[in-house]
Design a protein around this ligand. Structure first.
Ligand SMILES: Nc1ncnc2c1ncn2[C@@H]1O[C@H](COP(=O)(O)OP(=O)(O)O)[C@@H](O)[C@H]1O
Ligand SMILES: Cc1cn([C@H]2C[C@H](O)[C@@H](COP(=O)(O)O)O2)c(=O)[nH]c1=O
Ligand SMILES: [Zn+2]
Length: 195
């Protein structure tokens, strides 16, 4: 791929839950370190599934990360916390506000390689911002597919198995979870009904 030059760029890794986005992100980070590049990894405070300061995959791989606010001025901590790193990775981008797009643009304009990972569809099968904006402005986009848990075909959708957080409006878009709350499904097997 691209060598590190004066100009930076943005790579988006997206797709359904369980499609291997985090594994792919960690693979690219390992390769960057082998190439002798300094990396900085960020995640939103909201997602503590694998430990507060850990980026984790469903298969168990992990990487230490710095926790940043997912919205408001605090997102810019990603820029302020850097100390000359060539590569900046941001996992769970679907939890961030639209300001993440500006942060990524800023980092790329500053000559950095920016890796962003997040699911691109809500449990309703609708675009999950800010992924669509990031995909439009990135240089590279990889959309991965999981295996549909019902029929075994490639899966691009996220089936929610539980109700939304009762503390919020029913069916809130943001509900942190993994296998206990979500399944990967194909278009035919995805449903909005509660079975
Ligand atoms: N339905 C599924 N399809 C594919 N992989 C699955 C599925 N359910 C569990 N997995 C596991 O999840 C791993 C991918 O995890 P991860 O990288 O965290 O995915 P993502 O970040 O896209 O949610 C796979 O390598 C596999 O071990
Ligand atoms: C579809 C959907 C997902 N989420 C949450 C559930 C998980 O905590 C993350 C996605 O994690 P992964 O690394 O891609 O497996 O997003 C949500 O809050 N709302 C949704 O509609
Ligand atoms: Zn299916």
């Amino acid at each position: 791929m691209h060598a590190i030059t004066k100009s930076g760029w943005v790579e988006v890794i997206t797709g359904s839950m369980f499609s291997g986005k985090t594994e792919e992100l960690l693979r690219r980070l390992r390769r960057a370190e082998i190439a002798g590049q300094d990396v900085a990894v960020f995640k939103p405070a909201l997602d503590d599934r694998y430990g507060e300061t850990t980026v984790g995959s469903h298969a168990g791989s992990q990487w230490d990360a710095r926790v940043v606010p997912a919205e408001g001025e605090g997102i810019w901590t990603i820029v302020e916390d850097l100390n000359g790193q060539d590569v900046v990775a941001i996992d769970e981008a679907n939890f961030f506000s639209a300001d993440l797009v500006d942060v990524c643009e800023h980092l790329a304009a500053d000559g950095r390689r920016v890796l962003v990972s997040g699911t691109d569809q809500t449990f309703r099968g609708e675009p999950f911002e800010p992924l669509p904006q990031l995909m439009a402005t990135a240089e590279y986009v990889d959309k991965l597919q999981a295996i549909c848990t019902v029929c075994g075909e490639p899966a691009s959708r996220n089936q929610r198995l539980v109700d939304g957080d009762p503390a919020h409006a029913d069916d809130a878009t943001i509900v942190v979870g993994a296998e206990e709350s979500y399944e990967a499904r194909c278009r035919n097997c995805h449903t909005l009904r509660r079975d």
